[in-house]
Design a protein. Structure first.
Length: 115
């Protein structure tokens, strides 16, 4: 049975466009991950400042494997293991400050409706 992971990201009112731009720049980056089934970025339309990143996975193991992968680390501003080199704790010029003020991961499974 599929699982759904929702990352609820709170962003300042003036940063939503930047969040969308960053996701657009990495569109398709997770598509080849084993067990990945789909992705949506949901923009609030009711005055809220929480954006939802909705992903669907074949199972929890597939999600965890992606979360622990180098691709996830790269897309989330984490250095690859052993890549600190001469730049040390300051990081590379490619890294950007987070757009979100906070994030919360929600986990769901489709409800069994007895069909």
């Amino acid at each position: 049975m599929s699982i759904v992971k929702i990352n609820a990201i709170t962003v300042p009112a003036d940063s939503g466009d930047e969040l969308a731009r960053r996701f657009a720049a990495r569109a398709g980056a997770v598509d080849g991950q084993p067990g990945f089934e789909g992705f949506e970025l949901l923009q609030p339309t009711d005055g809220r400042n929480v954006w939802l990143v909705v992903t669907r996975w074949a199972d929890e193991e597939s999600f965890e494997a992606w979360k622990n992968s180098a691709a996830f680390g790269h897309g989330h501003g984490r250095p690859a293991a052993g890549s600190e080199g001469a730049e040390g704790a300051e990081g590379s010029a490619e890294r950007q400050r987070p757009v979100g003020m906070s994030a919360e991961l929600w986990s769901f499974a489709p409800a069994d409706l007895g069909r």
